[in-house]
Design a protein around this ligand. Structure first.
Ligand SMILES: Nc1nc2c(ncn2[C@@H]2O[C@H](COP(=O)(O)OP(=O)(O)OP(=O)(O)O)[C@@H](O)[C@H]2O)c(=O)[nH]1
Ligand SMILES: [Mg+2]
Length: 383
């Protein structure tokens, strides 16, 4: 039995090299990553140190784990840890744990809603057709109801359906308002979320509004050094607005860049889109943003065309890595069922901030209000 160490820039190539030299029967003991120092303008690269062990023929072999299997196992362990920590995290969000029963309920709406009558019942049916989950719909509508003495059931006591929904929304959903509301503390915002939901585009919509309409001093930092062309897309937007743009890939550099930008009114941070199941990469983003501590306000960007279960899973997973300041909805123009606008904030108890209504920068962006959500849910023009 012999232990050998391989060093290089590509882990899979190192494993391959080890197998070529030592044969297929090697055991991967351990690997380390070494961040190389930056030299002048050359970026530091990640180097790997791989420790492998040869296995004697006579030795009773345990099954050798392939690299992919090893990764899978580690992900399983992390997943379990996250699952165990969820009840702690969601102590203030009892609705989250109730969700599966809402979603999986087999009861037809008529049975689910049998404590309601008249206009309330027809509103409930309207909401479920728009993708609002029945229990959320009941919670919201009940706020605009009184008990009908004849039938002993709940019926609307507001003049319009919209009024009833707005009452419920005001009770169950919190609104942060625009990022420029008067609060000194709120200065640094990071846009986080799954791939392709519209983080970069919408960050620049907000930047445009702050710079052009509000005459604020804004700087943008991108930590998205991963995707080919990502930094180019963001840099182009920043050039159009004539605002400073920085691209950073590590925590210390982020901290020092933010220090340099003390005089700015707002610092908007763009991050690379990551699947909520990609714990390694989410960990990387957390590591980079973590250096800013509580100064940073994380806006989780969610596409309205996500299924409820998926959106909830995204929130749960992201919440285990980042404190979330607000939910930012995008692509409302791509769905006929905007129920997620009620479902997600009610089920997660997270505040909401903006809604993106199309691809145009900066026009297609609105600050969320109870009136706006109710308009989308009721299918009124322009939301
Ligand atoms: N229809 C529609 N498209 C949108 C909306 N918001 C963003 N998009 C489009 O969605 C696509 C992806 O947008 P990006 O801003 O690059 O998304 P991202 O989250 O930064 O993507 P990654 O950085 O790859 O994770 C672009 O084509 C945007 O124009 C919206 O509200 N409606
Ligand atoms: Mg992006």
């Amino acid at each position: 039995m012999e232990i050998k160490v391989y060093e290089g820039y590509n882990l899979e190539e190192l494993i391959q090299k080890a197998k070529e030299e030592l044969g297929e029967d090697i055991r991967i003991l351990h690997y380390e990553t070494i961040e190389e120092k930056k030299f002048l303008f050359f970026k530091g690269k990640k180097r790997y140190k791989l420790f492998v062990e040869t296995v004697d023929d006579e030795e009773v072999l345990e099954p050798v784990l392939k690299f992919e299997e090893l990764l899978e196992k580690v992900e399983e362990i992390i997943d379990k840890k996250i699952q165990n920590s969820l009840p702690k995290i969601s102590q203030n969000m009892p609705q989250v744990q109730n969700l599966p029963s809402h979603i999986k309920s087999d009861l037809p709406p008529t049975d689910l809603f049998n404590e309601f009558t008249g206009d309330a019942l027809s509103l409930l049916n309207k909401l479920t057709e728009k993708g609002v989950n029945p229990n959320v719909a009941k919670q919201i509508v009940k706020e605009g109801c009184g008990l009908d003495i004849d039938t002993n059931k709940w019926d609307l006591n507001t003049v319009t359906e919209k009024e009833a929904i707005i009452k419920g929304i005001k009770k169950y959903i919190r609104f942060t308002g625009a990022v420029d509301r008067a609060n000194e503390r709120l200065k640094i915002f990071a846009f986080i979320g799954p791939t392709g939901v519209g983080k970069t585009t919408n960050l620049f919509k907000i930047a445009s509004q702050l710079v052009i309409d509000k005459k604020k001093k804004v700087a943008v930092i991108s930590t998205d050094t991963f995707k080919v062309g990502a930094s180019h897309q963001a840099r182009t937007y920043a050039n159009i607005l004539s605002i400073p743009f920085y691209s950073v890939s590590e925590s210390k550099k982020l901290r020092s860049t933010v220090e340099q930008l003390k005089e700015f009114d707002y610092i908007l941070i763009d991050t690379v889109g990551r699947s909520h199941y990609d714990y390694w990469r989410l960990g990387e983003i957390k590591e980079i943003l973590g250096g800013l501590g509580e100064e940073i306000h994380n806006i989780l960007v969610i596409s309205c065309n996500f299924k409820d279960e998926d959106a909830l899973e995204v929130v749960n997973k992201y919440q285990t890595f980042f404190p979330i300041y607000s939910l930012f909805f995008t692509k409302i123009d791509e769905t006929l069922k905007p129920g997620i606008l009620l479902n997600l904030p009610v089920e997660t108890n997270l505040p909401v901030s903006y809604i993106s209504t199309g691809q145009r920068v900066p026009e297609d962006l609105k600050v969320l209000t109870p009136e706006l959500i109710s308009s989308y849910i009721l299918g009124e023009n322009g939301g």
